[in-house]
Design a protein around this ligand. Structure first.
Ligand SMILES: CC(=O)SCCNC(=O)CCNC(=O)[C@H](O)C(C)(C)COP(=O)(O)OP(=O)(O)OC[C@H]1O[C@@H](n2cnc3c(N)ncnc32)[C@H](O)[C@@H]1OP(=O)(O)O
Ligand SMILES: CC(=O)C(=O)O
Length: 540
C-alpha cells in the first residue's frame, strides 16, 4: 500500500491510497499450459517482494493441495520485506455457516494476514450458477466477511462479474458492494471477469459505484477485449485505490491485466508512485526471471519489458535515433531496466548499420562508403534468405569482414563430406569427414553422429581441438531450420539458425543454402568462429 497523488481527474494533489496487488500465483496460474510447483511459487513470491508490490495472492488453500502447501511452506520459508500474503477463496456455501465451512476454515488455517474472497455480484450468476437466491448470496457475503474479520483477518472482496452485473442489474450489484463493505471488507474489488469491457464503461461504473456506496474500490481486469491495462487505468482514474494484475499478463484465456505495464504507466505517464523508489528499474529483469521459472517464453512484444519493446528495425527510425533516441521511443528504456536495440535487416539504412556497429563495439565512424557497402551486402544477403536480425553473431562477422578487409577466420576449409549409413536393421549413423588447415597443419578428421550436422560438428571439433582447445567450452544448444519458398519443394532454399553457448552467454549465427547440411555447415562455422573471436583467441 502506498500513499500518493490521485492518478488524474478529481482530487488532484490529495494523498490517496494505492494497493498494487499481484495475482500471478493464483489467477496467473489459471493460464493454459502454466503449472507452478510450490518451489516455483515461493521463488516468484520472492521476486514480487523484490519488485515491491504490496500484496502477493498465493493461491486458494483448501481447494488446491499445492496452494495449501504453499501457505504452509511460506509461513516457514518466505521472509517478505514488503509484500503481504493474501489467501484467495470463495464465500461460504449457500445454506451453511461460514464458521463451519471447511473452505473458509482453510483460509484461516493458511495464516495469511489478508483473505481475498470471491463473491457473486451479477444476479444472473447467483440464480443460475450458484443456484441460490439473491438474498442468500448477500448473506453469504456478510457472514463470510464478518467471520474472517472477527478472526482478525484483513478482507478484500473480489466482486465477480461486477461490470456485467452492474449493466444488467445495478441495484443488486451495488447491494453486494454495500454488504461487503458494511461487513468489514477493506476494499471491494470490481472484477471484469469475462474481460469484455471497454475503458469508458469501466470508468463510468467505478465512478457510479464509488458515489453510491462510498466503499474503497479495486479493479481486477481480464484482457479479452484487449483492454485490461486500459481498463485498470480507467478504474484508477475514476477513483479505485487498488489494482490487481499478473506478471507477464499471465492468466486464463487471454490473460489478466499486465501488472508491470500498469505500474510503468502509473509511474512514467501519470506521475503516480506505485512501487518503492527505483524498483521499476527491476521490471525487465524480474519479468524475464519469472519467465524462466514458469517456462513460458517471454513475450518479446510486451510493452516496457519485452525484448522488442525498444528494438528498432526501420532504417528511417535509426537515422532519427542517431540524432536523438527519444525521437523514436516513448520513454527511456533504462527506466524499466530495458535496453534499446538496433535490428539489422533488409529494412536497414546506413544509420542502422552505424548504430548496430556501436552496439557491437565496432566503430564505423562516418565512413559513408563503408556503411553503404555493408548496407548493400545486408540487403543482398537478406534477399538470398539470410536474416541478420536473428543472428547478431553472423552480422558481427560480416561487419568485421568489411572493416578489416577479411572475414575473421581460424581455419581454412579444404572440403567436407557426409555419408549416411542406413542399415536395413539397426540404427542409422551419419559419418562426416572434414579436411581443414589449422595450426600450420593439414588435418583430416572424421566424426560420427545421430544426424549429419551432429557428425560434422564432431569431425570439425576433432580436427580443430589440438590447435584450439578453447573449442571444448563451446556447445551448440539450438538448431532451427526454415524452408524458404516452400513452393519449390525439394529445390527450396534452406535457412538454418544455430545458437552456440560458452556456458556464460550465447549467440546465434545463420547459414543459407540449397540443402540443409550446407546451410548448417555455414552457420556452425560462424558459430565456432564467433566463439573464438569473442574469447579473444588469436589465429594459430
Ligand atoms: C473468476 C475466478 O477465476 S474465481 C477462481 C476460480 N478458481 C478455481 O476454480 C480453481 C480452484 N477450484 C477448485 O479447486 C474447485 O472448483 C473447488 C474446490 C473450488 C470446488 O470444487 P467442487 O466442490 O468439486 O465444485 P465445482 O467446481 O463443481 O463447483 C463449484 C461450486 O462452488 C460454488 N460457488 C461458485 N462460486 C462461489 C462463490 N463465490 N461462493 C460460494 N460458492 C461458490 C458453485 O455454485 C458450485 O457449487 P455446487 O458444488 O453446489 O454445485
Ligand atoms: C476473481 C476473479 O479472478 C475474476 O473475477 O476474474
Amino acid at each position: 500500500m502506498s500513499e500518493h497523488s490521485a492518478p488524474g481527474g478529481g482530487r488532484a494533489g490529495a494523498a490517496r491510497r494505492l494497493d498494487v496487488y499481484d495475482t500471478t500465483l493464483r489467477d496467473g496460474a489459471q493460464q493454459e499450459g502454466l503449472t507452478l510447483s510450490v518451489h516455483d511459487k515461493l521463488q516468484i513470491a520472492g521476486h514480487l517482494d523484490a519488485l515491491g508490490v504490496g500484496f502477493v495472492e498465493g493461491g486458494w488453500p483448501g481447494a488446491i493441495p499445492r496452494d495449501t502447501e504453499f501457505f504452509a511452506r511460506a509461513a516457514k520459508e518466505l521472509t517478505l520485506q514488503r509484500a503481504v500474503l493474501a489467501a484467495f477463496g470463495a464465500t461460504r456455501r449457500p445454506g451453511a455457516r461460514a464458521a463451519a465451512d471447511p473452505q473458509v476454515r482453510a483460509l484461516l488455517d493458511s495464516e495469511a494476514p489478508v483473505v481475498t474472497l470471491v463473491a457473486k455480484s451479477d444476479a444472473r450468476h447467483v440464480t443460475r450458477a450458484l443456484r441460490t437466491t439473491p438474498e442468500e448470496n448477500l448473506a453469504m457475503v456478510a457472514d463470510t466477511v464478518g467471520f474472517l474479520r472477527a478472526q482478525g483477518r484483513r478482507v478484500f472482496l473480489d466482486a465477480e462479474h461486477y461490470f456485467d452485473g452492474h449493466l444488467a442489474d445495478p441495484g443488486y450489484a451495488l447491494e453486494v458492494v454495500r454488504t461487503a463493505a458494511e461487513a468489514g471488507a477493506e476494499v471491494v474489488v470490481l472484477c471484469d471477469t469475462n474481460g469484455g469491457m471497454l475503458p469508458p464503461q469501466v470508468g463510468e461504473v467505478v465512478a457510479a459505484t464509488a458515489a453510491a456506496t462510498g466503499a474503497l474500490l479495486g479493479i481486477h481486469a481480464h484482457n479479452d477485449s484487449g483492454c485490461a491495462v486500459a481498463n485498470s487505468l480507467a478504474a484508477l482514474q475514476a477513483g479505485a485505490v487498488h489494482v490487481q494484475g499478473t506478471l507477464n499478463g499471465y492468466g486464463e484465456r487471454t490473460g489478466n491485466a499486465d501488472l508491470l505495464t500498469i505500474v510503468a504507466d502509473l509511474e512514467l505517464k501519470l506521475g503516480v508512485p506505485a512501487l518503492p523508489a527505483g524498483a521499476l528499474r527491476e521490471a525487465t529483469r524480474i519479468a524475464h526471471a519469472v519467465s524462466e521459472i514458469t517456462n513460458v517464453p517471454p513475450a518479446a512484444r510486451a510493452p516496457y519489458y519485452g525484448s522488442s519493446a525498444f528494438a528498432h528495425k526501420a532504417g528511417l527510425h535509426a537515422s532519427a535515433i542517431r540524432v536523438d533516441p527519444d525521437l523514436y521511443q516513448h520513454v527511456d528504456p533504462q527506466l524499466v531496466g530495458n535496453d534499446m536495440r538496433m535490428l539489422v535487416s533488409d529494412m536497414a539504412g546506413r544509420a542502422s548499420i552505424e548504430l548496430k556497429g556501436r552496439e557491437l563495439g565496432v566503430d564505423l565512424g562516418d565512413d559513408r562508403d563503408l556503411l553503404s557497402r555493408v548496407t548493400d551486402r545486408v540487403k543482398a544477403d537478406e534477399a538470398a534468405g539470410y536474416t541478420y536480425e536473428a543472428a547478431d553473431a553472423s552480422f558481427e562477422l560480416l561487419l568485421r569482414e568489411h572493416v578489416d578487409g577479411r572475414r575473421p577466420s581460424y581455419f581454412d576449409v579444404e572440403s567436407w563430406r557426409i555419408i549416411i549409413e542406413s542399415p536395413a536393421q539397426g540404427v542409422r549413423v551419419s559419418e562426416a569427414t572434414v579436411k581443414v588447415h589449422a595450426g600450420g597443419r593439414r588435418i583430416i578428421a572424421t566424426g560420427e553422429g545421430n544426424g549429419p550436422v551432429n557428425a560434422l560438428d564432431a569431425a570439425l571439433r576433432e580436427a580443430l581441438l589440438p590447435a584450439y582447445p578453447e573449442l571444448a567450452d563451446l556447445e551448440l544448444v539450438d538448431f532451427k531450420v526454415r524452408i524458404l519458398d516452400a513452393s519449390h519443394g525439394t529445390d527450396a532454399v534452406t535457412r538454418v539458425l544455430i545458437e552456440t553457448t560458452d556456458g556464460r552467454r550465447s549467440w546465434t549465427t545463420v547459414g543459407v543454402g540449397p540443402n540443409l547440411v550446407e546451410a548448417s555447415w555455414e552457420a556452425m562455422v560462424d558459430g565456432l568462429t564467433y566463439g573464438l573471436l569473442s574469447a579473444g583467441v588469436a589465429r594459430r
